[in-house]
Design a protein around this ligand. Structure first.
Ligand code: TA6
Length: 303
């Protein structure tokens, strides 16, 4: 059950082109439609489920089989991964990819800027369940700007007395015309952990990355901007970032897709994840009282 009624949220935060609605599964969503962009974000998981500059085709991939259940992550869009990435080391029973993406975030502000971009700020409340999993105190905010560029920032402040260690990712799913004709450039020469080859560490060659099978790579110590080339849709998507040392490239391919209940068997052909992260060697250690911000910036480039 959403914490705040749609009416109350609209009364307090709605703006021209921005309204709160009851979305899929009765989860509260913010629908955005301005001259700059179309977009949507759920309070569940602070989950961006749609964005494209006005007049262009959707940029983010959403699975047709996604669940919209307060206890489950949404499949597609931009899952917010925090405070650990993947299975939690030493705690196989803890939720995959942390608890931020299955938490109900709270609205702090909604503003429309001079370029008609919509800036949404959400905060992550401390629940007893989360406290049980991750007792160290922190504050987390998610700041999303829906304009000609999609800008998303995960901001974490250490409000405790001891250093705070965490991993994080903006696990962005991009929609493609055809993954087999697509490629990702920008990571030449970067060392990566190959999770489909016994976590071996390898160095990316100079050719653009092509997906020819299950692909699950954590590129390390890189601040590179990536470009996804999608000739089937005659476009390129630029993924820039700051405050992020890792970039994750993932496509489940055939077998993994079949094994995911909330993902269509054929959907691997029309998506790729290029994720802005701090994972593995790039985990963040934040001194007491300090704040860390990780930002992803997505733009559609003319092909
Ligand atoms: O970022 C890639 C990855 O870590 C893959 O290993 C795969 O597990 C993917 O995330 C999706 O994870 P999820 O828990 O959302 O099914």
């Amino acid at each position: 059950m959403p914490k705040h009624s749609i009416e109350d949220l609209n009364r307090q935060f709605s703006k021209p082109g921005v309204k709160f609605e009851s979305g899929n599964g009765g989860l509260t969503q913010i629908s955005i439609s301005t001259r700059a962009a179309v977009g949507e974000i759920y309070l569940h998981g602070a989950h961006v489920t749609g964005w494209n500059p006005a007049g262009t085709a959707p940029v983010l991939f959403m699975s047709g089989d996604s669940l919209f259940d307060a206890a489950k992550p949404i499949r597609g869009g931009v899952p917010v991964i925090f405070p650990w990435f993947g299975p939690r080391a030493g705690h196989a029973e803890h939720p995959m990819h942390g608890f931020a993406r299955t938490s109900e975030w709270e609205v702090q502000s909604v503003e429309v800027g001079a370029q008609n971009q919509v800036d949404v700020v959400l905060s992550l409340p401390r629940t007893t369940a989360a406290q049980g999993l991750f007792p160290q105190p922190f504050e987390a905010r998610f700041i999303a700007s829906f304009g000609q560029t999609l800008s998303m920032t995960l901001e974490v402040r250490n409000t405790g007395e001891k250093p705070l260690q965490f991993e994080e990712a903006l696990h962005t799913y991009f929609t493609l015309g055809d993954v087999k004709s697509s490629s990702v450039s920008g990571l030449a020469g970067v060392t990566y952990i190959d999770k489909v080859d016994q976590f071996a560490r390898k160095v990316q060659d100079s050719a653009p990355i092509r997906i020819t099978g299950e692909t699950d790579r954590v590129y390390l110590a890189t601040d590179a901007t990536c470009v996804i080339d999608d000739p089937a849709q005659d476009r390129r998507i630029e993924v820039g970032k700051s405050g992020s040392g890792s970039t994750v490239v993932w496509n489940p391919w055939i077998a993994k897709a079949k094994g995911m209940a909330d993902f269509g068997d054929e959907e691997w052909q029309r998506m790729i994840c290029v994720e802005t992260a701090n994972a593995a060697d790039d985990a963040v250690t934040l001194a007491p009282g300090k704040t860390h911000a990780m930002t992803a910036r997505v733009r559609v480039l003319k092909s």
